[in-house]
Design a binder for this molecule. Structure first.
Ligand code: FES
Length: 111
């Protein structure tokens, strides 16, 4: 099993950066990239666990189709990390199993 990052962010990132937290680890990433891209570049290999069997899952399509990239963002479960741009101060956790839906919490991240 590989542990080397499949993606990387240039160390001399161009433009402004933001700080996000994934599972308690603070990461500095370029502003405007997706949460999935930021986490993959930071070395994350498990974004969620499957509902049946708790198998580790990670982004596959990176375009909003497969739903393998679910994470919890700022306490809201089942967010498609490939479609959501990073924002300074985001707190991201793995989606473990089935999400507990909290009602009408699925807003447009850009609103
Ligand atoms: S990676 Fe497929 S929906 Fe996000």
């Amino acid at each position: 099993m590989t542990t080397k990052a499949l993606f990387s962010i240039p160390t001399a990132a161009v433009g402004p950066t933001v700080k996000i937290t994934f599972e308690g680890t603070v990461m500095t990433v370029p502003e405007g990239i997706s949460v999935a891209a930021a986490l993959l570049a930071g070395g994350a290999r498990q974004f969620r666990s499957s509902i049946v069997g708790k198998a580790p899952r990670a982004p596959y399509c990176l375009m909003g189709v497969c739903f393998e990239c679910f994470v919890e963002i700022d306490g809201v479960p089942a967010r498609q990390s490939c479609l959501i741009p990073v924002r300074d101060g985001m707190k991201i956790k793995r989606q473990e199993g089935a999400p507990e839906f909290l009602g009408d919490t699925f807003g447009d991240e850009n609103e």
